[in-house]
Design a protein around this ligand. Structure first.
Ligand code: TMP
Length: 235
């Protein structure tokens, strides 16, 4: 596998040029929260996040939802399509938690009567602000049709992935997706799907198995991620 120059280093991954039209994503062991104000290393986290993401991408394939994952290369790396990224983080929520609970000043855990889709501008310098679809069109040069398709695909991902976690006795409370376009303008789910980018609560006890363990100092992060992978692998 040909590995070219590093194109981008994020907080949790390093993206390099791969074969023509392809990228290589390397999962780091670092965890950050609150726009990297809090940071720590968790040896093994990268491999766990890749393994969990692979299970989710395979479920997306089964549900015929287009995504960028091509194949795992090793414990921490996978090959993807090379896409032009939409500069947004698309969050789907099934229950009130995190920043929504703060914004509404409502307790965490309340069930939402429909899944809620929110767009955040992907811009660390601006603190990833919540934005409307219109703002992404009017000020950030996005196409209305693409955002509608992101919304449709995000809800389809929710429908495809919720049962996968439910079978593992985990409730998918919310998650974040990113999207990219290929040369023909088609949209694909990109980035990762891991406990770094979603909230997973035990269906009976409510115990948290995601990055909130680190954000809120609520338990051993790696133990939570290992439990997620173990339960998914038993399906
Ligand atoms: P929030 O409640 O903090 O807005 O987070 C919603 C979901 O998005 C949650 O599952 C965690 C995920 N998320 C990310 O993947 N990256 C981020 O930078 C943030 C703030 C949240």
């Amino acid at each position: 596998m040909k590995q070219g120059p590093v194109l981008y280093e994020g907080k949790a991954k390093i993206v390099s040029q791969g074969e023509t039209g392809r990228l290589i994503h390397y999962f780091k062991d670092s965890a950050t929260a609150f726009n990297a104000q809090k940071k720590a290393e968790f040896p093994g986290k990268g491999a766990l996040n890749l393994a969990i993401s692979e299970v989710v991408f395979k479920a997306l394939t089964a549900a015929q939802i287009p995504h960028h994952f091509i194949q795992r290369l090793d414990e921490r790396s996978f090959e993807s399509m090379s896409l032009q990224m939409i500069p947004a983080e698309v969050v789907v929520r099934n229950r009130v938690a995190g920043s929504l609970a703060q914004r509404l000043q409502e307790p965490e855990g309340a069930l939402l009567s429909i899944p809620v889709v929110e767009f955040f501008l992907k811009n660390d310098a601006k603190g990833d602000p919540l934005v409307s679809e219109d703002i992404l069109v009017a000020f950030y040069a996005q196409r209305q049709e693409d955002l509608q398709e992101c919304r449709r695909l995000s809800l389809a991902v929710n429908q495809a992935v919720r049962p996968l976690f439910a079978a593992a006795q985990l409730e998918l409370v919310d998650f974040k997706l990113e999207f990219g376009r290929d040369d023909e303008g088609r949209l694909f789910v990109a980035d990762e799907f891991s406990p770094d980018t979603c909230r997973l609560w035990d269906v009976s006890t409510g115990e948290k198995f995601d990055k909130d363990r680190f954000r809120r100092d609520q338990g051993d992060l790696l133990e939570g991620y290992r439990e997620v992978l173990k339960r998914l692998s038993q399906q």
